[in-house]
Design a protein around this ligand. Structure first.
Ligand code: RBF
Length: 165
């Protein structure tokens, strides 16, 4: 069944809580850097646009998407003040089964870390068939998954602050 496609950068600012006072980490994979740097810019600019202070945003890099869970764990364990970590990567389907191994490891690793730690760890990883699809989703015709990841982080932190105080 055909689903209505949405643009990853589209969000209603009225539904996004203020990010004032939030401290957010961003972990960026270095593989496919033209894509992941664009995701990082999208996430960073969206955090700032929603009132997260620049001094409260930390960006770190890891070699590949497989290392994103370890990078996120390192940030979270370094400072209890982090409210959330956004993980950004791009895994492109190749001839090998590495795609499945990497995608499964990253998605399982990030959700397990988030549930174990309690703080939101956001899955901002593009998993595409080819480079064109990745370009389309990192600032191209389908928007920027980094923007979506940043909005998700702010919403999750606000949800936790509302419930936990
Ligand atoms: N990392 C990515 O972030 N995206 C990729 O598309 C990607 N493809 C890979 C393909 C192969 C065959 C290998 C060996 C690694 C790939 N990696 C990729 C790197 C991976 O995430 C990790 O950094 C390395 O496997 C070292 O642990």
């Amino acid at each position: 069944m055909e689903r209505k496609k949405t643009n990853l950068s589209d969000y209603n600012p009225d539904t996004v809580p203020s990010g004032k006072g939030m401290k957010i980490g961003i972990v960026v994979a270095e593989w496919n850097p033209q894509i992941t740097n664009a995701l990082c810019k999208g996430a960073y600019d969206t955090l700032v646009a929603n009132k997260v202070a620049k001094k409260d945003i930390t960006v770190v890099h890891v070699p590949g998407s497989f290392e994103l869970p370890t990078g996120a764990d390192t940030l979270l364990s370094s400072d209890t003040d982090y409210d959330a970590v956004i993980c950004l990567g791009c895994v492109i389907q190749g001839e090998t089964r590495h795609f499945d191994f990497i995608c499964n490891a990253v998605s399982n690793g990030l959700i397990n870390l988030s549930l174990q730690d309690g703080r939101p760890v956001i899955f901002g990883v593009l998993t595409t068939n080819n480079m064109e699809q990745a370009i389309d989703r990192s600032g191209g015709k389908h928007g920027n998954k980094g923007v979506e990841a940043a909005v998700t982080a702010i919403k999750m932190v606000a949800m936790q602050k509302k419930i936990w105080g």
